[in-house]
Design a protein around this ligand. Structure first.
Ligand code: G1P
Length: 289
């Protein structure tokens, strides 16, 4: 029996420059899709997989992310006084058990791998999930839960994967693929952001991972990779052959909310899933296309 998966690390120190000016004084992970911030989608997805402890790797100007999951005592009292039951119920979706959210600072932007290394004391000797809140998932079953099922079977590392157009390989971590049953893929190599002509496949890593704690030791080598950054992909690549390593084509849709068009598409897709909004949205969409 592999160790139970209870921890998740959420790297949220990024500057969000692609969404300026909106992100000048606002953390990009607080941008809402319909009415919920990106960070909350990620936390809910992890909790649906049984994750109980969260570590946000933050930076300057990111305190709102931790605040979002705190008790807003005055707001709650006011809503109660005014019998705003619906609003109170919405507020309750952000309440977390005491002591379940912690944050560490990544003081310098040295890359995703460095951000994860900053959470080393939180990770300790346990397996952990990583969720990149920019990758927003619309699925019947939480992607972390789908990955967790593979982890329980293999006891190894597992990442969410998706086919991307070859011209986009330089935006992702790309897999070298071994045995592939159409859903679960054996990972035989990993390359961060390869040029299309050098990519070993077009199967890319999406921002959901379940990793064994040994990856932290590999990150601690502080080797610079693509873009001069300490890359998580490079540290993971060094675990291949020593530990089981798989990619899973998860069921559901993923939206790249780090990209303006992807973010807008997510708004539409999530709004169309909402009983209170779907008809209105469908009606007005026709006026634009
Ligand atoms: C990161 C990872 C990359 C992965 C991607 C998924 O890249 O380094 O391997 O494919 O997330 O969204 P970033 O988007 O931070 O450049």
């Amino acid at each position: 029996m592999p160790k139970p998966l209870k921890k998740a690390v959420l790297p949220v120190a990024g500057l969000g420059t692609r969404f300026l000016p909106a992100t000048k004084a606002l953390a990009k992970e607080m941008l809402p899709v319909v009415d919920k911030p990106l960070i909350q989608y990620a936390v809910e997805e992890a909790r649906a997989a049984g994750i109980e402890q969260f570590c946000f790797v933050t930076g300057r100007g990111k305190t709102a992310l931790v605040e979002h999951f705190d008790v807003a005592y005055e707001l709650e009292a006011t809503l109660r006084e005014r019998s705003k039951t619906e609003a109170l119920a919405l507020l309750a979706t952000t309440s977390m058990p005491p002591g379940s959210v912690m944050s560490v600072r990544q003081q310098v932007p040295l890359g995703l791998g460095h951000a994860i290394w900053c959470a080393r004391a939180f990770v300790g000797d346990d397996p952990f999930a990583i969720l990149l809140p920019d990758d927003l998932v619309l699925a019947d079953v939480s992607w972390v839960k789908q990955l967790a099922e593979v982890y329980e079977q293999t006891g190894g590392n597992v990442v969410a994967v998706e086919e991307v157009p070859r011209e986009h390989t330089s935006r992702y971590g790309i897999l070298k693929v071994g045995h592939d049953d159409g859903r679960l893929v054996e990972v035989t190599g990993l390359v961060e952001k390869p040029k299309p002509e050098e990519a070993p496949s077009t199967l890319s890593i999406i921002g959901r991972y379940i990793l064994l704690p040994e990856v932290i030791g590999e990150l601690a080598r502080f080797e610079r990779g693509a873009g001069g950054e300490i890359q998580l992909t490079d540290a993971m690549a060094r675990l291949i052959g020593r530990q089981p390593f798989h990619g899973l084509r998860c069921e559901g849709r993923r939206f790249d909310c780090g990209d303006k068009a992807g973010f807008l598409e997510a708004q539409i897709a999530f709004a169309l899933k909402r009983p209170d909004l779907a008809d209105k949205v469908r009606a007005f969409l026709g006026r634009y296309v």
